[in-house]
Design a protein. Structure first.
Length: 471
């Protein structure tokens, strides 16, 4: 409730306390503006130079001050401090009258050092920032759930001009920036495996000088596929994540690298299909994985002929892969996931509506493929996780497959559960069983036209002691 009001005599007036600190108006800005328009506010200059505002009651026979708060503003600060926090994170004031994170921090210190904090009207996610920063301060283990409707931003607002179409977009980006501030500050030293290293060392993993010259040359000699994908990745077009091209890292040069998400993308020409090259690529990937970096690969043909599918897989990898720096988080591991309420990805069997042979036939035909038309695979993945009894926060990673194996296969809780959504063949089945899962879920439609593969899969899973289900 800290904002300026206009006085014809004194100009902009703020609620300042006698000791010179920021106070708080008792009224909302809208109510104050209404009183001003009705000429129900008078301003008086005090001996110490402050301007106080008074609400006129009963035609001026009584007055009362219009400021103060039940919380000590010296501890919890004011909305002016909240605006400053937003400006420091975004470089601009993109959200009006945000409460300062110190308000939530003050209340959280009283309440708990662990547990789940729910903010059902998250706004710009001030509470999330408070949880992250307080965990950093006292090594707490608090978690947060932020709920925010996708309320549109005014098209003339600074937020909309900056690319944030809804209040929820602002909240998500604020959380990302707070995490980045707490875990990856550029000037200070970072810690890795107990050693202090500079940001440059963390970014390039000790890459030699010669690699930087080679990288510059490779940027000038990019392939058609690399050039096409770079046009899609540059300028934070995907998940607001920054990618670097031909990036030296360790003893290698990555085609594309996102340091924030620790995601490396390789675009491979035909020679990568050779057996010797595949062995080298596998060894290289294992070395890069030791840095905590995930590697995904695409062939030139995939990039040139099916860009939408390539971008979809990159987006999913960015959303799924949220690394946490070793010991440098806000109280430990740091990350967050975003979910939106939506209808089920699977068709619902409506038995109560079947009152004729014709309707039964229609339902049976509809369930030849139980997934709804246009259903998103990532949505299906999380829905199946929930139905299998897992939490939305359960560890979820793409299962590492041998090169040349196509298909989207996901591991939940370190291979406790494996879900396949994209393709199925004998080689995939062998690799899934080799991961020794307790349970496997596969879309039944992946076996369409190949009953023998489905029968063999059932038998192989049974022999391996795996609880196998098709949907």
């Amino acid at each position: 409730m800290y904002y300026p009001v206009h006085s014809n005599e004194y100009g902009e007036v703020y609620p300042i306390k006698p000791d010179g600190t920021h106070g708080r108006w008792r009224l909302s800005k809208e109510k104050f503006d209404e009183l001003l328009s009705n000429k129900q506010v008078i301003f008086e200059k005090q001996n110490d130079g402050r301007i106080e505002a008074y609400k006129i009651i009963l035609e001026g026979t009584q007055t009362e001050t219009a400021q103060d708060s039940i919380l000590n503003s010296e501890i919890v600060k004011t909305t002016a401090h909240g605006s400053k926090e937003i400006s420091e994170l975004f470089g601009n004031k993109i959200f009006d009258y945000p409460k300062p994170s110190t308000v939530s921090e003050h209340l959280l210190k009283i309440a708990t050092s662990e547990g789940v904090i729910l903010d059902f009207f998250a706004g710009s996610a001030t509470t999330a920032q408070a949880v992250l920063e307080l965990n950093k301060q006292d090594n707490g283990n608090r978690k947060f759930i932020m709920v925010q409707m996708p309320e549109p931003c005014d098209e003339n607002s600074e937020a909309y001009k900056a690319g944030y179409k809804t209040i929820a977009d602002i909240a998500k980006e604020r959380i990302r920036r707070v995490i980045q501030k707490l875990t990856s500050p550029l000037p200070p030293l970072l810690k890795e495996r107990g050693k202090e290293v500079s940001y440059a060392q963390e970014l390039f993993k000790g890459a030699g000088t010669a690699l930087f010259g080679n990288a510059r040359s490779m940027r000038k000699e990019k392939t058609e596929a690399e050039d096409k994908l770079w046009r899609e990745l540059r300028n934070k077009q995907i998940e607001n994540c920054k990618f670097r091209r031909q990036h030296p890292i360790g003893n290698f040069i990555a085609d594309f690298y996102c340091h924030e998400k620790k995601l490396l993308i390789e675009v491979d020409g035909g020679y990568h299909d050779k057996k010797e090259q595949q062995a080298y690529d596998l060894a290289r990937t294992q070395i890069i994985n030791e840095f905590g970096i995930k590697v995904i690969r695409f062939s030139n043909e995939e990039v040139l002929n099916d860009m939408q599918e390539v971008l979809k897989k990159i987006t999913e990898a960015l959303q799924l892969h949220s690394p946490s720096p070793s010991g440098e988080g806000a109280g430990g591991e740091v990350g967050f996931k975003v979910f939106k309420l939506s209808p089920s990805s699977f068709k619902i069997w409506r038995g109560a509506e079947i009152d004729s042979e014709e309707k039964l036939t229609q339902q049976m035909d509809a369930f030849t493929n139980p997934t709804r038309p246009g259903a998103d695979k990532q949505n299906m993945l999380y829905e199946l996780m929930l139905k299998a009894g897992y939490e939305l926060t359960s560890p979820l990673t793409p299962l590492q497959m041998e090169r040349g194996t196509r298909g989207e296969v996901y591991s939940i809780n370190n291979n406790e559960l494996i879900i396949a959504l994209d393709a199925m063949n004998e080689k995939l089945v062998e690799q899934i069983i080799a991961a020794k899962p307790q349970k496997v879920i596969i879309l039944d439609s992946l076996f369409t036209g190949n009953d023998q593969l489905k029968t063999n899969t059932v038998l192989q899973m049974r022999d391996a002691g795996v609880d196998f289900k098709t949907i």
